[in-house]
Design a binder for this molecule. Sequence first.
Ligand SMILES: [Zn+2]
Length: 151
Amino acid sequence: MRRNETRRNEIISTTDEEVKEEDIIGEEKFEISKDAFKFPVNCCSKKTILANKKLSINAIEFSYSVWQCSKCKKEYLDSEQAKRLEKFWMLEKVMENRSIRMERAMNFDGKTFFFRFPKEISKGWHKGDLVDINLINSENNMFFIEIKHQH
Ligand SMILES: [Zn+2]
């Protein structure tokens, strides 16, 4: 498994169209059960209460809330908070250079700039899927891109 870890920081080269599937599958994923609970949930036969939490990486603070049991202190995340936390963890991976990275050549057709995604990554994408682009920093041309399926 060492192999996967060392590979994590490599930049997949532009000349190589093929991104090996194990590069993608080898990534860890956070399992958060979405909509598994109705909120507020009961724990220790009592209603959980909303508690504010804070996380920080490199001086970036992130606030979120959890439903906490006042007795056993167990925390439950609702799906909205879970999604926010997942995004934060993703950004953390990017900042710590633990994310899978790719370099692609920028294309220009005379009007529009575009680049191609490797087909190993775009499996299951459909024409008409929504591309959600968050501008992070315009000076550095940094974006957070999310492909959303329209079903
Ligand atoms: Zn409890």
